[in-house]
Design a protein. Structure first.
Length: 348
């Protein structure tokens, strides 16, 4: 019960901070962009492409659910699609309202535990999903980055350093998880160096930290064994994640078409959106609110006329973020309340 209360309190605090960020960003956005003008622009959009954008966003969570279901089945836990979809929405919602998307995996682990899924299976599943996600986002971003290096390096002034930092940080995260799962000897060597540094600086709780890290390494080892034995399943998860992210990166192109533009192609948008995603995902802002909007305007300045760029950004962010956060939050509450009601009914 105490753990439940802590989860609820943290979620409420994160939600309030997120709402505060959103309010500040909206004040800034509509200070520079007329809401009435936005409504006029939106009324003139080709709605079939707006609907296509929402469909891509819906498929984003469906792909996440399929990956969770596949991974849990691989590690010996059978679940239905309904619960997998619940975990996917929970991950999106809590990632969106917490800095650096840090709350997604803990919330998914919490819900899996509540559904009596073994913690070991849950942890290995989330590690597998995370490794696939990092691999896919980093590879797409790196390919996009090198294919358009001169464009990003010469056209964006100081914001190019944010792009470099984002790509580099995400590459480091992927390398970390890869080493932890597949190269345990190297991982332990690096961890031991880290321990020695902590000892040098007289860190007092090093024994507690060692115990936690050793347990985590054991979970990574379990994931590695399972993935080596089931390479085809892991490949399936990676391919599904590629589909998931390509659909997500296509949403700005749907808005571009909805606004009546046709000069650029979908690959131009995938390249820019993949770079934008990795540039802001590691930064400590809830849902990258504010920084995503700022970076969008800078990166898409070369594809949109200046007069409609602000409105294009607002419509895109509403489709691939704001509206879906609300939807995910409402559905998450629905799933939790329904599950709790079912448990109480069974206990009676």
């Amino acid at each position: 019960m105490k753990s439940d209360n802590n989860i609820i309190k943290k979620s409420i605090v994160s939600s309030l901070i997120f709402v505060a960020f959103v309010v500040i960003v909206f004040i800034y956005i509509f200070h520079k962009n007329s809401f009435a003008e936005l409504m006029i622009v939106f009324s003139d959009t080709r709605k079939k492409f707006i609907l296509l954008g929402f469909t891509c966003m819906a498929c984003f969570s469906i792909c996440e659910a399929l990956n969770l279901k596949t991974a849990l089945n691989l590690f010996g836990t059978k679940i239905d699609f309904r619960n997998a979809y619940k975990y996917a929405l929970a991950g999106f919602f809590t990632s969106s309202i917490t800095p650096s998307s840090s709350g997604g995996d803990p919330m998914q682990l919490y819900l899996m535990t509540k559904d009596k899924i073994p913690v070991s299976h849950s942890l290995v599943t989330l590690l597998t999903k995370l490794l696939a996600f990092q691999f896919v986002t980093v590879t797409i971003a790196l390919v996009s980055f090198f294919l358009s290096f001169d464009f990003f390096n010469n056209s964006f002034g100081n914001i190019k350093y944010l792009i470099f930092l984002g790509v580099f940080l995400n590459f480091l995260v992927f390398t970390f998880y890869f080493l932890m799962i597949f190269k345990q000897k190297i991982a332990r060597f690096l961890v031991n160096i880290f321990y020695k540094l902590l000892e040098h600086f007289h860190y007092k709780k090093i024994d507690v930290l060692k115990e936690k890290v050793d347990l985590q390494l054991e979970e990574y080892q379990k994931a590695a064994m399972a993935l080596r034995k089931n390479k085809k399943v892991f490949l399936k998860i990676i391919l599904t994640t590629y589909l998931q992210m390509l659909l997500f990166y296509t949403i700005p192109y749907c808005v571009y078409l909805a606004l009546g533009f046709t000069k650029a192609n979908v690959f131009d948008f995938i390249k820019i959106q993949s770079i934008l995603f990795v540039s802001v995902s590691a930064l400590p802002f809830p849902g990258a609110v504010g920084i995503s909007e700022f970076t969008f305007v800078k990166l898409y300045n070369y594809l949109y006329p200046k007069a409609v760029l602000g409105n294009a950004m607002i419509i895109t962010r509403f489709i691939n973020f704001y509206i879906y956060v609300v939807y995910a939050g409402i559905m998450l509450i629905y799933f939790i309340v329904k599950d709790n009601f079912k448990i109480e009914k069974e206990e009676k």
